[in-house]
Design a protein around this ligand. Sequence first.
Ligand code: GYE
Length: 328
Amino acid sequence: MKKLFPLLALAAAAITFTTGCGKKADPGTGTTDADGKKKLTVGFSQIGAESAWRTANTQSIKDEAAKRSINLVFSDAQQKQENQIKALRSFVAQGVDVIAFSPVVETGWEPVLQEIKQAGIPVILSDRAVDVSDPSLFATFIGADFIEEGKKAGNWLAEKTGGKATIVELSGTPGAAPALNRKKGFEQAIADKPDMKIIKSQSGDFTRAKGKEVMEAFLRSPEAKSITALYAHNDDMALGAIQAIEEAGLQPGKDILIVSVDGVKAAFEAMKAGKLNCTVECNPLIGGQVMDLAEKLAAKQEVPRRVFSQEGIFDQSKAEAELPNRKY
Ligand code: GYE
């Protein structure tokens, strides 16, 4: 990997030469800073742009890299694992200093992580975890506690309904850590509530469009009339479902109680309008924590294996006061 740096430096110099026309190199781009010192290069493979959460997360990563003058090689996988694997391999080929990525699903990463390990590049898992048997395949995982989020959603609904609800669930991308664990946590929270039942569960792939489509199907099913609550693994799917519920002539937030996860601005607006009842916060603004870890790993310092992001829970009563504070 070391051998590639002179090449990259040369390429950066060539770009400066051909585009600069005598002007000074922009210190925010390229692989060297204004004094010609080598910048830290971080390869980041993002899942896609499936939700407002993801868009805020991408922005946070990019902003933080720019702020620290880190050379960020960013790649968007459009929600496909194969694209992420390609991006990771290209980071190895480019000889980046640190690799960070947000794995779309939990499994299937061993071969590429092995290649990265052989190249001696430290790996940060950002936001989502992987399921691997060899713990040395990544250095650290920074992200939320998805089981805890699911529990918070389940506990809130149990309290709100006095332990009585006929629930439909919109789950996230199949095989994704937040989908698996938000389901698990919610089920744990309602396990001792015999009158709380999930009667349907289907993936809405974390998108608004799919959330709407699946909710429409739920509302066309023979059990439609019995539905009293919706649990959506993210706000975008809940917002899509709200549209479907309204189009079916029902009142979201009243005829069907809705609890979701993320805490994006649009969810707060929907709560203010009485259409969404509760959102469990999941903080996407982890760019600072990711870049802290990248800098430490590049400097061969020790980092914790697990770093948590902080999160809260908000219902309609807190929505209006919180709305102006929302940054995503
Ligand atoms: O909740 C969802 C996004 O991995 C925590 O991914 C993230 C989830 C987030 O698409 O909106």
